[in-house]
Design a protein around this ligand. Sequence first.
Ligand code: F0G
Length: 470
Amino acid sequence: MSNPIYKTMGQQFGRRSWAEPWKIKMVEPIRMISAEERLEACQDAGYNTFLMRSEDVYIDLLTDSGTSAMSDRQWAGIMMGDEAYAGSRNFYNLEAAVRKYYGYKYVIPTHQGRGAEHLISQATITKGDYIPGNMYFTTTRLHQELAGGTFVDVIIDEAHDPTNQHPFKGNVDLDKMKALVDKVGADRIPYVSLAGTVNMAGGQPVSMDNVKALRAFCDKHGLRIYLDATRMYENAFFIQEREEGYKDKSVAEILFEFCSYTDGAWMSAKKDHLVNIGGWLAVNQEDVAERARNLVVVYEGLHTYGGMAGRDMEALAIGIEEGVKDDHVAARVRQVRYLGKLLLDWGIPIMEPIGGHAIFVDARRFYEHIPQDQFPAQTLAAQLYLDSGVRSMERGIVSAGRDPKTGDHYYPALELTRLTIPRRVYTQAHMDVVAESLKALHDERKKTKGLKMVYEPEYLRFFQARFEPL
Ligand code: F0G
């Protein structure tokens, strides 16, 4: 050990690290194209990372949705697909897994999360209704609006402050709930739209205490709670880590208890459930289930496949069990934290506390000199790609869209660039590359200029909008 090369390693002896509960059996080659090629790809894509070809991307942190690596068991499940039109065996496996881990009675498969959002919105919302929720999500709010509803944000104020260290920034503010009930009346509120780990708030969890209190409030006023369960596994992990009385409970036990305070859930299985496609809606009320089942055959497919192949449902049923395991969720969240801690150590402003599925760089503080209507978060996503071929996405003013009533941009408090970590896909070395690229951009930040929008689509504009540098 006299060789100085070993010194840093030597100084770390005695420390104990965690590691992923899997090893790699198959790899997919990736490469970084040249700086000139990256510039061309970025221009062709109108400075929008959604419009890039994935082959031009080196490390893809666009989303954790449908990008997970499946296990050998899930791939074996793919071979066990029962591709009958009706009553596929794989549907019953899926139904049993949802009932076992989430506890809901009626299970309706859909092709992905927004299919389920469409069904629950159409089945429960009438024109003029109000839907309170712990911060909006893009597709969720749009389906509520298309069904004639108005979304009302009832998340605690702390969630809108990227530096506030509240451990459960996804919590619902019951005073805001009460104010809404007093204003519009409980009859105009078909359900509370509650999300586990709030995506747009930086992957922030809801506490068990909060969902219990919300249940009591809703019982008093005769309101239902439907849960966006998309990343509830991560929410359950945070409860285990942070909330009194849950240290010795498993993620699965915490999930089950949490869901017991709600009336049903919709799910984008492309996240927690480790599959590339799939979703479901599950509710406890027979009348809602019946309405949703009537709609599923119109928009998705028969009520025993909902747009998925039999093999997709089998991989999903297996993913429900694999994804909820404590060691898996812990490794997943800790990898996200590893990246976040590197950035914090280097003084790069990120949304805190570090959330479950992604690091959200605070573009407002990163590019202090770029005004919000010159799209600082979109700018950072483009710059990160240009620097290192890393693909991220905007979660700020572009994602927020326009107010349908006034036609103005919504100006969200949070102007973030999301580095979303797929599950079981990248290593710690990939995280180092990402962090070092952001450090280089941060060092040069004052030289960077913003963007102007040159094309804007009508719906969910962030997917297809085009930009040019100012
Ligand atoms: N709810 C949440 C919280 C989500 O994050 C998503 C998708 C959906 C619902 C819709 O599900 O995509 O299966 O139709 N989020 C992806 C993302 C797109 O990148 O955050 P979907």
